[in-house]
Design a protein around this ligand. Structure first.
Ligand code: KG4
Ligand code: ZN
Length: 351
């Protein structure tokens, strides 16, 4: 089976072909990602109109390159998947329309994939882990703890009531004068800093419901920065280290609480999985690894190339759906909002 996956929900244009090997394991045959970071950098964040235009300019070329590098033609594919949301609607429409056009012309099945589901299922592509598992999904737009029970079967255990974790990293980076996206910059600065110099809050620590709140922490960092301005390089490093340490403490505490609640919802988890752009953070990965050891679980984090947005995760989610006969037709809508757990809406988290 070979599936083309197209991703255009934010500031990455991506196309990939994923197949399935004889052992039943996923195989990434090509994985093309074109980041628009340079186009948005001057604005300190993603500008939707610029993103949509940049996607439309490169999508055809990128799909052609993904097919070529996978050594196949569109005729060799078994299906075509695109992220149909949640995300910036202009970008989503470009990827989804491209997939619909290819599907119509070739008469291959179309899978309109939820971008969050694709992040959620990546651990099955890379590590073949069975259901159910606890997922911490942390990106620029989402922060959720989810019981992943099957394809299309998700129960959200916790979420953020204000900023997403990646968003908090981006905002802290912005007011400290670091570039966009902020996560990698804050992590780099944090390596040089003293995490204990500032007394920063750990919002929600110890609460019974495994929810997050990042906005107060972000504000606390800003107030400290304003108090000691002008900032030296070591001030910036210490603020980054303190912020990152507070985030890690909160995430570990919230994940520990979610693991306790997991059993009532889905039984014994096969693993603790972290996904989304923030999963690239080494301090976070290390802390979750220690939590996994402490709770006797396997911890699975995608390789760095699959943490951020990519086409391989969309192709894999499409493959998982196609295997179950979950296909879509030409009327599949592009969605700005599309919660993973349809029984809940997204308290606070943006699409
Ligand atoms: O999943 P993703 O590529 O796009 C979304 O769907 O949002 O995640 C991007 C987010 C950004 O907020 C970025 O700052 C954050 O992930 N991020 C990180 C790191 N690398 C990326 N946050 C913390 N540490 C990192 N190393
Ligand atoms: Zn994402």
């Amino acid at each position: 089976m070979r599936i083309l996956g197209i991703e255009t929900t934010c500031d990455e244009t991506a196309a990939s072909v994923v197949g399935i090997g004889f052992d039943g394991r996923g195989e990434i045959l090509s994985n093309e990602v074109l980041s628009q970071i340079a186009e948005h950098a001057a604005y300190g964040g993603v500008v939707p109109e610029i993103a949509a235009r940049a996607h439309v300019e490169v999508i055809d070329r990128l799909v052609a390159r993904a097919l070529k590098n996978a050594n196949c033609t569109v005729g060799d594919l078994d299906g075509i998947a695109a992220a149909a949301g949640p995300g910036l609607i202009g970008g989503v429409m470009i990827g989804l329309t491209t997939a619909k056009a290819l599907s119509l012309v070739t008469r291959k099945p179309l899978m309109a994939v939820n971008h969050l589901e694709a992040h959620a299922l990546t651990a099955r592509l890379t590590d073949g882990i069975p259901f159910p598992y606890l997922l911490l999904l942390a990106s620029g737009g989402h922060t959720q703890l989810v019981a992943v029970k099957g394809v299309g079967d998700y129960t959200r255990i916790g979420t953020t009531i204000d900023d997403a974790i990646g968003e908090a990293f981006d905002k802290v980076a912005k007011f400290l004068g670091l570039g966009y996206p902020g996560g990698p910059q804050v992590e780099r600065e944090a390596l040089k800093g003293n995490p204990e110099r500032f007394n920063l809050p750990r919002p929600m620590l110890g609460r019974a419901e495994p929810n997050f709140s990042l906005s107060g922490l972000k504000t606390a960092v800003r107030l400290e920065a304003e108090r000691i301005a002008p900032l030296t390089a070591s001030d910036v490093a210490d603020l980054c280290a303190g912020f990152q340490a507070a985030v890690v403490d909160v995430v570990v505490d919230r994940t520990r609480v979610a693991l306790r609640g997991f059993r009532d919802i889905a039984g014994h988890p096969s693993a603790l999985v972290v996904a989304g752009g923030v999963a690239a953070n080494q301090a976070l990965r290390g802390a979750l690894q220690r939590l996994a050891v402490e709770t006797g679980l396997k911890m699975v984090a995608p390789p760095l190339s699959l943490c951020g947005d990519n086409g391989a995760m969309i192709a894999w989610a499409g493959l998982e759906r196609l295997r179950l006969g979950l296909v879509d037709d030409i009327t599949a809508p592009a969605r700005a909002r599309w919660p993973l757990d349809s029984s809940r809406d997204e308290a606070g988290a943006k699409a």
